[in-house]
Design a binder for this molecule. Sequence first.
Ligand SMILES: Cc1cc2nc3c(=O)[nH]c(=O)nc-3n(C[C@H](O)[C@H](O)[C@H](O)COP(=O)(O)OP(=O)(O)OC[C@H]3O[C@@H](n4cnc5c(N)ncnc54)[C@H](O)[C@@H]3O)c2cc1C
Ligand code: HEM
Length: 416
Amino acid sequence: MTTAPLPDQLTATPTGDLEPHHAEMIAATLPLVGANIDAITTEFYRRLFADHPELLRNLFNRGNQAQGAQQRALAASIATFATHLIDPELEHPAVLVGRIGHKHASLGVTADQYPIVHTHLFAAIVEVLGAETVTPDVAAAWDRVYWLMAETLIDLERRLYADAGVGAGDVFRRARVVGRTDDPSGTVAVTVVATSESFPDFVPGQYISVGVTLPDGARQIRQYSLINTPGRGELTFAVRPVAATTDGPAGEVSTHIGERVSVGDLLDVSIPFGDLPVGSIGSRPLVLISAGIGITPMIGILEHLAIHAPGCPVQVLHADRSVRSHPLRARQQELMAQLPGGSLDLWYEETGDAADTGVHGGQLQMAGIPLDDSADVYLCGNNGFVQSVRNQLLDRGVAPERLHSELFSPDDWLLA
Ligand SMILES: Cc1cc2nc3c(=O)[nH]c(=O)nc-3n(C[C@H](O)[C@H](O)[C@H](O)COP(=O)(O)OP(=O)(O)OC[C@H]3O[C@@H](n4cnc5c(N)ncnc54)[C@H](O)[C@@H]3O)c2cc1C
Ligand code: HEM
C-alpha cells in the first residue's frame, strides 16, 4: 500500500547545514530577495518557458501561470526554506517540503530537471537584482540554498517513486474510464482502471494527476482527490467544472472532463500521491471541515471510515453556496447514516432552498461549534477558506500539529 510520509519523517531528512558565511550572506540579502521575489520568479518562468516551451504546454499548469499563483508559491517556498536554514530553531518546513515533493512526484518531476530550473532561476536573480548586487559571494550563498532545497526535494521524490515501485518519474498510466456519474451539483464523478499495469493502492485523502490533451494539442495536467475506497483496483475522482466568470475564462481541464469525457475514453492518470497524514485514521476522533469541491478528500475519508471504523467519532462541517451547489451531497448523507458516531453541520450562503433542517446560514464560523479537544482536524477548500478556518481554530487553542490542510491551489501563504 502506498503510504503518505508523515511530516516528522521529513524532519529527520538531513538537509545539510548552511555554512556560517553563507548564512550571513542569506540573512543580509533575504529582505532584498524577498522584496523582489515576485519579479524574480516571473522572470524565471519567462526564461524557463522561452527555452522549454514544452514545459508550459505539457507539464506546468497554464491556468496557474496566467493567474500568477505558481510564481507566488515558488517564491514563498524558497523564502520559507531560506529562513529556516538561517535560523534552524524555527520549525522545519516539513509540511511545505512534503506538499511540493508529492505534487512533483504526481507530475513525474525528475532529478535531471533541477539543473534546468537552477539555470533559469539564477539568470533571473541576476537580471532583476543586477550583477553589482549579486556578487559572487551572494550568488554562492543562494546557490547553496537552492541546492539544499533541491536535494531535499529530490531525496523525497526518489523515496516516493521507490515506495510506489516505479522508476523515477514513471507515474502516468493509460487508464480507461469505466464509470461516469453526473451529480446534481454539476460535479462529475469519473472512475478509471489502468489498461495494463494496475495502479498501486492509496490511502484516503490522496490524489492523482490527470492529463488530458486539449483542442490546441497541449497536454494539461491537474490533480483530483480520490473519493472511493482503496483495494478495488479502481480510482474514482470528482471534478467540478470551473465556469467562465467576468474575472477569467472557464477552467481548461475541468471543463474538458465535464463536457467531453465518457465511459470507454482513455486518460493519462498518475499513480496516487498526497501527504495528508491519515495513517492511523479512525483510531482517534476526527473533525472534517470543507467548502465547495474541497469535500472530495473528506468523502474519501468517510468512505474509509464507513468500512473500517464506523464507530469512530467524526464531526463533519461543510460550507457551500447553496444546497444545489453542494457536491456529492447525497453520498455524504448516505455515509453519515453509516457512521453512528458522526454529526453533520452544513452552512449555505443561500439558505432559501435548503431542504435540510438545521442548516446554518452564511459562511462557516467555528464560534459556538463544540469541538473534541483530542480530535484530528482535516481542512480542505479554497486557500482563503482554509486560512480563515485554520486561524479560527488556532485562536481557539487547537494545537497546530492536529490541523491538517489540503489545498487545491498553489500554497501562497506559508509565510503568513
Ligand atoms: C491536491 C489537489 C487536489 C484537488 N482535488 C480536486 C478535486 O477533487 N476536484 C476538483 O474539481 N478539483 C480538484 N483540484 C483542483 C484541480 O486540480 C484543478 O485546479 C481544477 O479542476 C481547475 O482546473 P482547470 O484546468 O479546469 O482550470 P484552469 O484552466 O487551471 O483555471 C483555473 C482558474 O484560473 C483562471 N484563469 C485561467 N486563465 C486565466 C487568465 N488568462 N486570466 C485570468 N484567469 C485565468 C480560470 O478562470 C480559473 O478560475 C485539486 C487540486 C489539487 C492541487
Ligand atoms: C528547488 C527547486 C524547486 C522548488 C523550490 C519548487 C517549488 C514548487 C512549489 C512551491 C510548487 C507549488 C506546490 C503547490 O503548492 O501546489 C511547485 C509545483 C510545481 N513544480 Fe516545482 N519546484 C522546484 C523544482 C521543480 C522542477 C525541477 C520542476 C520540473 C521542471 C518543477 C515543476 C513543477 C510543476 C510542474 C509544478 C506544478 C505547477 C502547477 O500546478 O502550477 N519544479 N514547485
